[in-house]
Design a protein around this ligand. Structure first.
Ligand code: ASP
Length: 387
């Protein structure tokens, strides 16, 4: 627990304090400067000494569809399909939060929408494993109760985020894997699919290219698969390499949602197919609570995307929450510190929201599919840094 006391959900004490604080601070909130690869809610995420001086929002939501090297010259039709998928998902979240739905319901609903969109590496459109399968990971966390549910390596569930939520509500466990997760799914009412459902030609081709490259580079390369792939991608991202034929293959494309609802509660959810050509039951950051997913009403809700191994090493999501809770940093400063000072360029990005509705969408890659909306009329989707 970050704090030793709890306020009743309906009171939203933090907003009361903020409102009182604002009375004496009117006019003092200078907008936060945004740095490279970060899009912070500049109008209201100002920070100094950990004090957020913006106007609290009744609700707020951010979504992502993965971070990485996204060539600016992608086919216009493909580009529009990405924007459309992001807009559709964001609209769903916007309407649900505006009408008073809980952040947890909204996170599940919007992640499901993104899982159903073939553009992203989650649900339909998930990447291929080394063995030509799909093994999906997902996690959801309720910031008001610290309830969490996660699954890893599931192969027949249409919407893994919903299975993760059932782990949270229907079991005393927090993380179920592989066959066990499938057996649990058998006991629940949940839409199941066969492997063909997840198929997309682009992911299939990317897997084939990865296999061919692996063969070419030999057994030694194979043994160093993860580290070498990560390094290659990292170099590309550092160099801002664009137009690479493989830009959407090995990693990224994970989806995530964070939300603040009208009751003042936070939630986060993330879903992914993991990395193309992953093997040996590899588990990424997404289902590891505190790495790729975290939510606590006393701090913030976070969902990440990028090189899962890096997010696990640096406990990215819980670190951001800890910097807000113990470090007294604003959400913007905490997110910047972890993404730009702890992670390395090219590792990935995060979306986050705090109890005042400040949003942070921060990445150290060339781009991140993302969107943000709030009760004050904000609604924007973007891919690259300079949008
Ligand atoms: N973080 C995910 C993983 O490592 C990949 C991604 O974000 O696309 O499984």
């Amino acid at each position: 627990m970050f704090r030793s006391f709890c306020w009743p959900r309906s009171i939203s004490f933090s907003r009361l304090v903020l409102a009182v604080g604002l009375l004496s601070l009117v006019g003092c909130g200078a907008p936060e400067a945004t740095g490279a690869g970060q899009a912070v809610d500049a109008a209201d995420a100002s920070s100094s000494g950990g004090t957020t001086t913006g106007t609290p929002k009744a609700w707020a939501i951010a979504i992502h569809g993965g971070a990485g090297v996204i060539p600016k010259d992608i086919d216009p039709v493909q580009k529009e399909a990405y924007y459309a998928a992001l807009r559709e998902a964001l609209t769903l979240g916007q309407e649900a939060l505006d009408s008073g739905e809980s952040s947890l319901d909204v996170v599940e609903k919007v992640v499901r929408k993104l899982e159903d969109a073939p553009q992203f590496n989650a649900g339909k459109g998930a990447v291929f494993t080394h063995d030509g399968k799909h093994a999906l990971d997902a996690a959801i966390m309720d910031g008001s109760t610290l309830g969490v549910g996660a699954v890893t390596g599931v192969e027949t569930v249409k919407n893994p985020i919903s299975l993760a939520r059932l782990v949270m509500t229907e079991t005393r466990h927090v993380l179920l894997s592989g066959e066990g997760a499938e057996a649990f799914a058998d006991t629940m009412e949940l839409e199941r699919v066969d492997a063909a459902y997840y198929f997309t030609q682009g992911r299939h081709d990317a897997w084939q290219r990865a296999l061919a490259r692996e063969k070419e580079e030999g057994e030694q390369r194979l043994m160093m698969d993860s580290a070498a792939d990560d390094q290659a991608s990292l170099e590309d991202a550092r160099l801002g390499v664009e137009g690479s034929a493989d830009w959407q293959n090995e990693k990224y494309g994970t989806v995530g949602v964070v939300a603040l609802d009208r009751a003042g509660n936070l939630a986060a959810g993330t879903s992914t197919g993991g990395l193309t050509n992953k093997r040996w039951g590899r588990v990424g950051d997404v289902p590891i609570i505190g790495a790729g997913t975290y939510a606590n009403d006393a701090a913030c809700a976070v969902s990440g995307t990028g090189i899962g191994e890096q997010f696990i090493r640096h406990t990215v999501a819980s670190d951001i929450a800890a910097l807000v809770a113990y470090g007294d940093l604003s959400l913007a400063d905490a997110a910047h510190k972890v993404v730009h000072e702890k992670l390395k360029p090219g590792d990935g990005g995060i979306i986050a929201v705090d109890p005042q509705g400040n949003l942070a969408l921060v990445f150290n890659t060339a781009g991140m599919f993302r969107g943000a909306a709030d009760a004050d009329g904000r609604f924007d989707v973007a891919i690259w840094e300079d949008e």
